[in-house]
Design a protein around this ligand. Structure first.
Ligand code: SF4
Length: 334
């Protein structure tokens, strides 16, 4: 089945946030100044249970979703995550993946792969401990994340995607060392333009390094050329090294918006459906779920929402979007 929104975009990808908690405080997502020690995270009773997540995932699958990405906060902080992965891996022909900060991957890669996880994306904003510490604001050692990447590789979760958010004022000098590290490896490094997600990360346009500038920087060191996207709606622009040493990607929501082919929906940890990363309001699926709604009722709620969708925030970014009370990225996953 395929359902199309008002811009003829099919619903193909679902990102499920399984927790709003994280053990990092990345400045572009969950700044410590806002998410401090006394921040009130969602109590367990407000989180969707694994059974509720699996039920909704089955309904989304029937509506055309082909890929589910587990996110957070930091999804591996949700206890017994492998149990949920096993439940979701039972849904036929589903591409099941996870985005993580890599902090627990050295221990969890094997059980998650054994439970049916297919792929993993790891965030790594620098190889330099001091710079990485500035980005994640908890001084987590790079070596642990690299050990997690090796562990995931050994567990068969290859190739990995490695995501690096670039802030001109913080980690621009980390770009070439990261490219050098993953060139020639099976893993695909992607650089993400710093985005005005949520309302708390102090976003400024002059702190964004455009994908074009990053491509020129890397191309000056190792010639690269554009490569075809694997499928319509793929988030990252693909580029390959001309010398055959692999590929690199750019996620350019600010300077080269890709809303035209956006096929992504997001489910928050408390069961609200968001139709855009920069969404303002979510549609509550938990209340009907917990008050006995049938599969048909829930399916109608989801498909009605998607069919009415006209989100294209990144195309509209500017005066028209200033001051919008956007949902925090840590609440719905990147
Ligand atoms: S801004 Fe919204 S509509 Fe555009 S690509 Fe991102 S999530 Fe999709």
């Amino acid at each position: 089945m395929t359902i199309l929104d008002t811009r003829n975009r099919p619903l193909r990808d679902l990102r499920i946030s399984v927790t709003d908690r994280c053990n990092f405080r990345c400045s572009y997502c969950m700044p410590k100044s806002v998410f401090g020690a006394d921040h009130a995270f969602l109590p367990k009773t407000e989180l969707l249970t694994f059974e509720e997540i699996a039920r909704l995932a089955g309904l989304f699958r029937a509506l055309g979703v082909e890929k589910i990405r587990l996110t957070g906060g930091e999804p591996t902080l949700r206890k017994d995550l492998d149990v949920l992965v096993r439940m979701l891996a039972g849904i036929p022909d589903l591409d099941l993946t996870l985005t993580t900060n890599g902090s627990t991957l050295d221990a969890l890669a094997r059980p998650l792969a054994a439970a049916g996880l297919r792929r993993v994306t790891v965030s790594l904003d620098s190889l330099d401990d001091a710079v990485f510490g500035k980005m994640n604001d908890v001084s987590f050692p790079v070596a642990r994340v690299l050990a997690g990447i090796d562990g995931a590789g050994a567990a068969g979760l290859t190739p990995l995607k490695i995501n690096c958010v670039v802030r001109r004022s913080v980690n621009l000098d980390s770009v070439i060392p990261l490219a050098e590290r993953f060139r020639g490896s099976p893993h695909v490094l992607r650089f993400i333009e710093f985005m005005d997600v949520g309302t708390t990360n102090g976003w400024r346009l002059d702190d964004v390094v455009p994908a074009g500038e990053l491509a020129a920087m890397i191309g000056a060191r190792w010639p690269i050329e554009p490569a075809e996207r694997h499928y319509p709606g793929e988030v990252a622009e693909r580029w390959r090294y001309r010398d055959g040493r692999g590929e690199i990607g750019f996620i350019s929501s600010v300077t080269r918006a890709f809303c035209g082919a956006c096929t992504r929906a997001r489910l928050s940890a408390d069961g609200r459906l968001y139709l855009c990363l920069f969404g303002v309001r979510g549609i509550d699926l938990r209340a009907p779920l917990r008050s006995g709604a049938s599969d048909a009722d829930l399916t109608a709620l989801i498909s009605t929402a998607w069919r009415a969708r006209d989100d294209r925030y990144s195309e509209l970014r500017g005066a028209a979007t200033e001051g919008l009370p956007r949902v925090e990225m840590s609440f719905i996953g990147g």
